[in-house]
Design a binder for this molecule. Structure first.
Ligand code: GAL
Length: 815
């Protein structure tokens, strides 16, 4: 057993930390994070080496230039009828793309040095996403361009490299009417320079699959493409602890590809419950000299989709308990941040989520790495539009020239992630109508199959009648239905696949901590405060309540799971208030834009998290003015029945009822509770009717003290790590004040900085990066970022008339 790998990796981290460079003997990866210059607007001569950018803003990348605001209803105001929502007459849509200043042209410039020694090497410049229409210049020469803001792409820039100082300039252009949600703006994902020998492993040139998996043996099939036609490859496999398990050399070169089959005994399988990861080190030798080396993390797992069982993972029928996620990270905008992503995913884990759909575009590499590590099944999507437009300046402009290239890059860059179990070539594309669309669907699916024969392809289809008729739905590997619960049966009958996926479900809307009376079901309901009710009975004209999906999931074995719209609120698309101002972010999330769970989170948790108890009461119990009025109480729980008490007086026992209305099958509902201040208590019963768990909430007095609670208090001193601190106010007895709206101030000292705050209020126009914000329904979240120096960090949150909240965090150098 060799420990080489462990030591080797340790060394990589040290180097990475100081210079953002990964060095191995034959490959150097430089990530361009710090030292960028940024300027908005048309910049003449900004490509030239001698251009004076000293007055430009200093930024670090990943960067989203628009998230700093201000919000303005005129930005990207769209006068449109949203056809896919069934609208026929155009109306003015403010806030559709977030009302943040993302439109226009902007420039980034940075400089880097290349030593004489490296000059003869091969240089690849990799962008993991650039919003959008990037044009890339090196030392005054254009080295490449791309179009789609969500794609990963790279250029060989060897010919333009100079000895010594090099100047990289990137121009980005965001058009109006190009998106249906907040797309962000800028170099929002990492930019890397890869320096390697002339004869090397191709970019994303390793493809690892596990075509034979049993408990005792797995076959690891590894294809390695090189840009040459000689030499040999050696693959070494390490377990999760970095211990070498096996290795194999191969000279079997087919064209420019080596192919190896490596047997691995007693494999540990990857699954959401046990996301076990192996690593393969690929070494490419010429004349017995090491010429290139890469490492690839992978998992051993078996996926099948079949008409008898649906989706089967490692021989176990598995239903997708999934959420759709847009790519923005709330107050951080779209600038990728691993701590923010990880917090999102841990919240989803707690809810019992086992799957994520990257709607409606390519996921970040960071999100996929976390999905592998934390155990999420991943539906990686590519497009929201094909050739027929949804928005005037959308992807339709690029489809013909770029669709294939974009898919190729998506698949090659991400195919080794065990988390990915399905691709999606599109979402609700208007091409669902007409014969051309069927051809396009087949063309795209064939590209996915050619690039990756191991995973099926879906499209989120909302025009279910049309795709049943045209054959569009029949050719898909996985027929994915967006909403249209009333058509599931018919689609199952008509489609040949033998199962249906709820590729997008629910679109129920709510605002955290806001409850509306009377409590009744309603489609596209609007209120004067532009909020939606957290009684979770409001949905869109094209969508439905969670229970309509639950029933299909539970009663129809041929429904293989669902991806709920959405796990988190996101910037833009403020349905049902997309014609109202101010309203600039979504109401769909089970968790709000700040990352605070709404009530709906507990409804899904009560089904999906089968390990932990869920016992959640709503609404809050602060209803001054409603004394004597009927104030329904709902309990979301995994228990079948419970008894409710108001100030000790029983309100009766409620049970979940299978054949009643859909809600009472999944929620415990007391409709006739009369409000009086005090204590609301629920006692839940186990299957034998024995009291087994209880919860209570109380009416709060006036706000007295600020309470701070961090998701993590020990952080990494890398200038990127973030602690998410939930701020709430309590009364003098420590009872949470659910209606508090106090204006608070934030102060960070020590080895950290204030990064942003968010309160989850879709109508708030307060800027995330300023150190003050109002509470929304008694809460908000403050983001504290580390610096590159380790040490103590103090956060102070104050507000008029309130006892200040203080919290100490600490950052450490990564070991
Ligand atoms: C779907 C669409 C999503 C989002 C959602 C809102 O039709 O695929 O992107 O717009 O509706 O309900």
């Amino acid at each position: 057993m060799k420990l080489f790998y462990q030591k080797h990796f340790f060394a990589l981290f040290i180097v990475l930390f100081f210079s953002h460079t990964i060095n191995s003997q034959n490959r150097k990866i430089i990530t361009f994070n710090d030292g960028w210059k940024f300027q908005k607007g048309n910049q003449k001569n900004a490509t030239s080496i001698s251009f004076d950018d000293s007055k430009w803003q200093n930024v670090s990348v990943p960067h989203d230039w628009a998230i700093y605001g201000p919000f303005d209803k005129e930005i990207d105001k769209q006068n449109v009828a949203i056809i896919q929502n069934g609208e026929e007459i155009p109306t003015e849509k403010t806030g559709r793309t977030g009302s943040l200043p993302h439109i226009g042209e902007a420039w980034y410039r940075t400089k880097f040095d290349i030593s004489e020694n490296d000059l003869s090497k091969n240089f690849t410049l990799l962008f993991e996403g650039a919003m959008s229409e990037p044009e890339v210049f090196l030392n005054g020469k254009k080295v490449g361009e791309w179009k789609y803001g969500y794609s990963y792409f790279y250029f060989d820039i060897s010919k333009a490299i100079l000895k010594g100082n090099n100047t990289l300039a990137v121009k980005l252009t965001n058009k109006e009417f190009a998106s249906r949600w907040y797309p962000g703006a800028g170099l929002y994902r990492n930019v890397r320079l890869i320096i390697k020998n002339q004869e090397h492993i191709s970019q994303w040139g390793t493809f690892i699959i596990t075509p034979f998996v049993t408990d005792s043996l797995a076959k690891i099939n590894i294809k390695t493409s090189i840009n040459s036609n000689r030499g040999f490859v050696k693959t070494t496999i390490y377990d999760a602890a970095g211990i070498e398990i096996t290795s194999q050399e191969s000279k079997n070169l087919f064209g420019n590809e080596f192919e190896q089959n490596i047997p691995l005994k007693n494999p540990k399988l990857w699954s959401p419950e046990q996301p076990y990861l192996y690593t393969a080190k690929t070494q490419y030798f010429i004349n017995n000299q090491l010429s290139d080396e890469t490492t690839t993390r992978f998992g051993i797992r078996k996926i099948e989709y079949n008409r008898e069982k649906g989706f089967v993972l490692n021989n176990k029928i598995t239903k997708f308990k999934g959420v759709c996620l847009h790519h923005d990270l709330g107050p951080l905008g779209t600038a990728i941040n691993k701590a923010a992503l990880k917090r999102q995913m841990l919240l989803l884990k707690d809810m019992g989520v086992n799957a994520i759909r990257s709607s409606h575009n390519m996921p970040s590499f960071e999100q996929l790495e976390l999905a592998d590590e934390l155990g999420f099944l991943f539906l990686a999507e590519s497009f929201d539009e094909w050739k027929k437009p949804k928005v005037e300046n959308g992807y339709n402009r690029f489809f013909d020239d770029y669709a294939e290239k974009d898919i190729v890059n998506l698949v090659r860059a991400t195919r080794n992630h065990p988390s990915i179990v399905m691709w999606s070539s599109g979402n609700e594309v208007p091409d669902q109508w007409g014969t051309e669309g069927v051809k396009r669907a087949k063309w795209l699916q064939d590209i996915f199959h050619r690039e990756d024969p191991t995973r099926p392809v879906t499209v989120g289809m909302d025009q279910v009648k049309a795709v049943m008729e045209s054959g569009f739905g029949a050719i898909m590997d996985i027929p994915g239905l967006n909403y249209r619960v009333h058509l599931y049966e018919e689609a199952f009958e008509k489609f040949p696949q033998g199962f249906i996926l709820g590729s997008e479900t629910a679109s129920t809307v709510s605002s955290r901590g806001v409850y509306k009376f009377p409590v009744e079901k309603g489609s596209m309901k609007q209120y004067d405060d532009f909020q939606s009710s957290s009684y979770d009975l409001e949905y869109c004209s094209w969508s439905n309540l969670p229970e309509d999906d639950f029933i299909l999931q539970d009663d129809k074995p041929w429904v293989i799971g669902e991806f709920v719209w959405t796990g988190f609120d996101y910037l833009g698309e403020p349905t049902p208030y997309d014609e109202k101002w101010p309203s600039r972010s979504s109401y769909f999330g089970m968790i709000d834009l700040a990352g605070i769970p709404k009530d709906r989170y507990y409804l899904y948790r009560s089904r999906w998290n089968t390990k932990d108890e869920t016992l959640h009461i709503l609404p809050h119990w602060n209803w001054k003015g409603r004394e004597g009025e009927k104030t329904p109480v709902f309990v979301y729980t995994n228990y079948e029945s419970a008894e409710l008490f108001v100030n000790g007086k029983s309100q009766g026992i409620q049970k979940k009822i299978k054949n009643g209305n859909p809600q009472v099958r999944y929620r415990l509902i007391w409709n006739d509770v009369v409000y009086e201040p005090g204590t609301l208590k629920v006692i839940a019963f186990d299957k034998n009717g024995k009291p087994t768990a209880e919860k209570e909430i109380k009416t709060a007095e006036k706000p007295h003290q600020i309470i701070l609670e961090a998701d993590r208090t020990k952080l990494t001193a890398d200038g990127d790590d973030i602690s998410f601190v939930t701020v709430s106010v309590v009364d003098r007895n420590g009872v949470f004040c659910p209606t508090a709206t106090n204006q608070l101030q934030f102060e960070v000292s020590g080895k950290g900085t204030y990064r942003a705050a968010c309160n989850g209020d879709a109508t708030s126009l307060e800027l995330f990066h300023l150190p003050t914000m109002k509470l929304f329904s008694g809460k908000l979240v403050v983001l504290v970022k580390t610096t590159k120096e380790a040490g103590k960090i103090a956060l102070k949150v104050s507000g008029k008339g309130l006892k200040t909240g203080k919290l100490e965090l600490e950052s450490f150098k990564e070991k």
